[in-house]
Ligand binder design. Structure first.
Ligand SMILES: [Zn+2]
Length: 114
């Protein structure tokens, strides 16, 4: 299902990444956050191919990143759209990875490069 960025809810997102823009995205320069919900947690582990550890479970961070992405007052740059959305604010990179079947279209964020 294609959704506009503003129509996304937290359960459309399997995990978020928050890290330093331009640096490695493996987790050494940032952090991945996953849902506590067992089904979403399992899907997240399947997606990346190994288990999610307890310290990566942080649903509040998913909510926070979605809020940042949907905030029209942010001077944000949406880098790409599709199966994930990346957004850069200052030196911070945020990525939302969607659950299977969800894609994002036409992010309404000012300065969108897509
Ligand atoms: Zn790394």
């Amino acid at each position: 299902m294609e959704k506009n960025l503003n129509a996304l809810t937290v359960t459309d997102i399997i995990c978020v990444y928050s890290g330093i823009d331009g640096k490695c995205g493996c987790g050494c320069a940032g952090k991945y956050s996953y849902h506590a919900d067992p089904a979403l947690l399992t899907a997240g582990a399947l997606r990346r191919g190994y288990a999610v550890s307890d310290d990566e479970v942080n649903p509040r961070m998913i909510k926070k990143v979605l809020k940042i992405m949907q905030d029209p007052t942010n001077e944000a740059r949406v880098m790409r759209e599709g199966e994930n959305v990346s957004i850069v604010i200052g030196s911070r990179l945020y990525v939302a990875h969607f659950v299977e079947g969800i894609t994002c279209t036409a992010p309404p964020v000012a300065g969108c490069l897509a």
